[in-house]
Design a protein around this ligand. Structure first.
Ligand code: HAM
Length: 421
């Protein structure tokens, strides 16, 4: 049998899991520092949620969703992102009727039928944070600061925050007209996808990665120049708040984001040197999303960090990952009778909170000592006939190789003392 994992997926084996724990721990702690609470939504949703929320004409909905029919004939989709599901849960549980804002975070797998490459998978993980219920520009600044705080607390230094405003529906209407005017004569030079986008969703062309499109787009009208007074005021206030916190950013005219729900503030966190996929995180305001999903007119803003990309960036920046906590004690034995005692000792040590293991392969005592060495334990408890007869255990310090006898009843206390527990 040579079944491998599906393309675009990967396994996290035990030697790598410690990095994930650390990542998740810092993310949770930082989010909670800012008053965000964890929310967990299902891994699949009704397909319509993403079609309406993320947008019918986006790449995600058109090309990248894992959509299937269940046995009841419903169309379901593995979540490609976490914002629309949060909006759905916010509406379904009438969370909007509670005092606002609502501050949620989530960690979990997302699914996109993307072309796999370094930093791009079909099942990947996101940490995301969403604030519902406030239009205050201070909230925009808070969410960007949270994103920056998470990566800096993890040790990342070389990154760039890109910032833009995509305005509201009204400013975009005027801009779309200008954009269409600009693009009409250039249509033949665009890629196939963008030629279709000219009429249905011209904003999507701005961040097309095809080189021929990028060349066509020099001289493109800039969306920020078309902001209405309210949107321009909001953006100026966001910048003031960021300056107050000394959060550095670069203004990026081409930053429009790949999802349709964004309004006003849009931002991304980029790291150079991790391949073509330099966006480690991204987000923005989505004041129309809750209403588009069938809820009341409640604003929102959030971001998500791609956890694989963040790990890649940390490795690229030579940030040490914490090793998983290994075993502390190994219980070695000889013969059947001692095996029963060893099994009991194993239980007692584990119940006392000491990370302990034993041999389950019927190895000789010598081979068990080798195994203990390999597992890098600090101590080995040796249980043989001599020990059984005289009611003691032998304790071996694997560092100094010193061995001494210890009364059976004192074993746990002595081991705790040595390990400093
Ligand atoms: P997004 O930009 O589509 O935004 O994804 C956020 C991050 O997820 C990206 O910056 C990237 O690091 C990671 N990511 C996306 N696709 C893949 C993939 N195929 N493989 C590995 N990593 C990937 C969102 O998903 C929005 N929901 C963010 C948001 C939250 N906006 C408001 N609130």
């Amino acid at each position: 049998m040579d079944i491998t994992g599906p393309r675009g997926t990967y396994d996290i084996l035990p030697d790598k899991v410690g990095k994930w724990h650390r990542l998740e721990r810092v993310m949770r702690q930082t989010a909670e520092l800012y008053g965000y609470q964890e929310v967990r939504t299902p891994l699949f949703e009704h397909t319509e949620l993403f079609a309406r929320g993320v947008g019918d004409t986006t790449d995600i909905v058109q090309k990248e969703m894992y959509t299937f029919q269940d046995k009841g004939g419903r169309s379901l989709t593995l979540r490609p992102e976490g914002t629309a599901p949060c909006a759905r849960a916010f509406i379904q549980h009438r969370v909007y009727s509670q005092p606002q804002p609502t501050k949620w975070y989530y960690i979990g797998p997302m699914f996109r039928y993307d072309r796999p490459q370094a930093g791009r998978y079909r099942q990947f993980h996101q940490f995301g944070a969403e604030t519902f219920g406030s239009r205050s520009p201070a909230v925009d600044a808070e969410i960007i600061t949270l994103m920056v705080d998470i990566v800096t607390r993890l040790g990342l230094r070389d990154y760039e925050v890109h910032l833009n405003s995509v305005g509201c529906g009204r400013c975009r209407l005027e801009y779309r007209r200008k954009l269409a005017e600009f693009l009409q004569p250039l249509q033949a030079e665009l890629c196939d996808d963008c030629r279709k986008r000219v009429d249905i969703n011209p904003l999507r062309i701005i961040d097309c990665k095809e080189r021929r499109c990028q060349e066509v787009l020099t001289g493109l009208p800039v969306l920020r120049d078309y902001l209405c007074a309210e949107c321009a005021g909001h953006f100026a206030a966001v910048r003031r708040y960021l300056d107050q916190y000394a959060i550095a950013y670069v203004l990026d005219d081409r930053l429009v984001r790949g999802l349709d729900y964004y309004t006003n503030t849009a931002f991304e966190l980029h790291v150079a040197g991790i391949g073509a996929q330099s966006a480690v995180g991204g987000g923005g305001r989505y004041d129309g999303l809750v209403a588009a999903c069938g809820g009341p007119d409640v604003p929102g803003i959030g971001f998500a960090i791609g956890m694989e990309r963040l790990l890649l960036a940390l490795e690229e920046n030579l940030v040490e990952a914490v090793l998983p906590e290994g075993l502390e004690v190994f219980v070695a034995y000889t013969g059947e009778e001692c095996e029963v005692v060893a099994h009991q000792v194993l239980r007692e040590l584990r119940q006392a909170g000491i990370r302990t293991d034993r041999d389950y392969m019927g190895r000789s005592l010598k081979a068990q000592m080798k195994q203990a060495d390999r597992l890098q334990v600090a101590l080995v408890v040796l249980i043989g006939e001599e020990e059984m007869k005289k009611s003691f255990y032998t304790l071996r310090d694997m560092d100094t190789k010193a061995q001494y006898q210890i009364e059976q009843a004192m074993l746990v206390t002595e081991i705790k003392r040595i390990l400093g527990k």
